[in-house]
Design a protein around this ligand. Structure first.
Ligand code: F6R
Length: 608
């Protein structure tokens, strides 16, 4: 979750490092810090809060460094405080280290080091690493690092510097990504490629277990046995892409409004109208293997899980392949039976979610073929999967996922069509499916045009502290996604439920202060959800419906309605969730919460 960055080169080291670190701020933003060496001295600054606070301090004190490492933190062990902020130091302050990940055996290591007289200054798991390396240091830093690594249990990406080696940074990757960025006469280290935007020209990804020694004009990479490894660098794609908020107050709003374009680009050059099917240039799997798929497991977390949930319904109903969507963090601790013909789909916007990565590695090891659906190029999941179907949504900066979700549903729809057409689905039916799918960006546009009306509605309900979001079939995951948006950015307790389950318990919570947002666009179950909403109304619960134009009977029940264009049940969830995104955004705006970087969250969840 945390972002780590390192720089060595001719440019202003402090400025370059902070600039790179800021690009990683979406990974965690409760505290930050920088350390480096200048004139043989180890200097540093750490602050609680956003990086801009640390930047201001550093500017004021005129910090100058010749080499630097830095970190933006998402707290795991110990609250956000100056003491717990990275970098951490050994007792002599000769060694500084930043870390992303978790050291699972930190307590045992701490006890061992305490017995040796080491003084700890933080509650973090990270601090044990720096003391351990320092304890093992006998004048050869690389050897000390190599000796320490086998003693660490967990996942970690590290960057460290030592006063005795003022011209090098050591980077380590162990089940947590770390990339080396190569410039001209300058080198970078970062936990995420995005940090290299506009700086490095080429990149090398460390594989798990590898260690990099990075100097101004070169690098060496070693495996865990300390043998040199030769690795090809890759040119950075989209290196000049600098993203701004433009006319929008928040990235989140900008990204909500980018959805018609993102959807068009997800569909672009992937629809074969003549045959009513889909194609993916990046799908590097034999057609015969796809034809032999007998079962699909979808792995994902959070919003991506809800997109996968929609995929489960679609793949079973349209492609007629038994499909099960699984929350990665739970699935990774199962011991599943993977019969021949199992296809795994890992869905992840960032491509770095630790739980999804671990779950899919396990299934890959069991022999399953894995397709990734990712937004971030060259992310770990994208690289490790057999094929990756990219979302092409453009970078998503807002911590709360919006355009990635709708693009995920679009890509899964196309993939469903491909599998269905290889089986029983007729060309005519395939063409109708495609035709409707291609209209979805316009349907989303129609919802965005109602932003003012949705804002007015949000104002009306912004003071409520509890919400239900209800849906049936395709709208059930849509309801859970809508509720998640409200939780994340407006900090309101919102429960996404299948509407038919209300009477089995949750309806006890309904009263005049607990509104229900009802996603009624699933026509197959439309009459059923109307009955469920009548039950809510009978208990004085206000109802806000997100209903398809032309739906009959909803006006008599709902207190307020957001109308969305009518389409197939599979696709109606896209405009419906866009309406939910806008509603959550405007409620958050009304309540004055942090929208782009909500409290306690981080965008890339690289810890368990
Ligand atoms: C919610 C959100 C998270 C992510 C989840 C998985 O708005 O962003 O729930 O969806 O952390 O992340 P990815 O898709 O990167 O695997």
């Amino acid at each position: 979750m945390c972002g780590i960055f390192g720089y060595i080169g001719p440019n202003n080291v402090v400025e370059t490092t902070i600039k790179g670190l800021k690009k990683l701020e979406y990974r965690g933003y409760d505290s930050s810090g920088i350390a480096g060496i200048h004139d043989g001295k180890m200097l540093y600054n750490k602050q609680v809060g956003k990086i801009s606070k640390m930047e201001a301090e550093v500017e004021q004190e005129g910090l100058e460094l010749d080499i630097a490492i830095a970190q933006t933190r998402w707290a795991t062990h110990g609250s956000p405080s100056r003491e717990n902020a990275h970098p951490h130091f050994n007792n002599g302050q000769t060694l500084a280290l930043v870390h992303n990940g978790i050291i699972e055996n930190h307590s045992a290591l701490r006890d061992m080091l305490l017995k040796k007289g080491v003084v700890f200054h933080s509650e973090t798991d990270t601090e044990v690493i720096v003391h351990l390396i320092s304890d093992l240091y006998r004048g050869d830093l690389l050897k000390a690092v190599m000796a320490a690594l086998p003693l660490l249990k967990g996942s970690y990406a590290l960057a460290l510097i030592h006063r005795d080696y003022p011209d090098q940074i050591i980077g380590v990757s162990h089940e947590s990504p770390l990339a080396v960025g190569i410039g001209i006469g300058e080198m970078f280290l970062a936990s995420d490629l995005h940090a290299f935007t506009g700086s490095a020209r080429e990149v090398i990804f460390l594989d798990s277990g590898e260690v990099a020694v990075v100097k101004k004009d070169g690098y060496e990479i070693y495996d865990s046995m300390m043998s040199p490894v030769s690795k090809e660098s890759r040119e950075l794609i989209g290196k000049a892409e600098e993203v701004t908020r433009g006319k929008f107050e928040h990235y989140t709003l900008k990204e909500i409004f980018e959805q018609p374009q993102a959807l068009r680009s997800a569909l672009s050059a992937r629809c074969i109208d003549e045959y009513g099917t889909a194609k993916f240039d990046s799908l590097d799997i034999e057609m015969s293997e796809l034809l032999g798929v007998k079962r699909i497991i979808i792995l994902a977390c959070g919003t991506s899980y809800y997109a996968g949930f929609i995929g489960e319904y679609m793949l079973e109903e349209i492609a007629r392949i038994p499909t099960q969507v699984e929350i990665s963090s739970e699935y990774r601790y199962k011991n599943p039976i993977i019969p021949n013909g199992t296809l795994v789909i890992a869905i992840s916007q960032s491509g770095e979610t630790a739980d999804t990565l671990a779950a899919f590695r396990e299934l890959k090891a069991k022999g399953a073929t894995v397709i990734a659906i990712c937004n971030v190029h060259d992310s770990s999941i994208a690289r490790e999967a057999d094929s990756c179907l990219y979302l092409r949504a453009g970078i998503e900066i807002g911590v709360c996922s919006t355009k990635a979700f709708t693009s995920q549903v679009a890509v899964i729809s196309l993939f469903t069509l491909l599998l269905a057409r290889m089986r029983h689905l007729s060309r005519d039916d395939g063409q109708v499916f495609l035709d409707q799918l291609k209209k979805v960006p316009d349907h989303v546009d129609a919802v965005l045009q109602q932003a003012d009306a949705i804002q007015a509605l949000a104002k009306k309900y912004a003071q409520c502290e509890n919400f239900f979001y209800l849906g049936r079939r395709y709208m059930y995951p849509g309801a859970m996604e809508g509720a998640l948006k409200l939780k994340e950015i407006a900090y309101i307790n919102a429960n996404g439920y299948p509407a038919g389950e209300m009477k089995h318990g949750p309806i006890a919570l309904i009263n005049q202060d607990c509104p229900t947002v009802a996603l009624t666009g699933d026509q197959y179950t439309y009459e059923k959800i109307l009955s469920n909403l009548m039950e809510v109304k009978a208990r004085q619960g206000p109802v806000i419906a997100i209903a398809e134009e032309g739906s009959e009977g909803i006006e008599e029940i709902a207190d307020d309605i957001i109308w969305i264009p009518s389409t197939r049940d599979e696709f109606s969830v896209i405009p419906a969730t866009v309406a939910c995104q806008l509603f959550a955004y405007y409620v958050a705006l009304e309540r004055g919460t942090e929208i782009d970087q909500p409290r306690n969250l981080a965008k890339s969840v690289t810890v368990e």
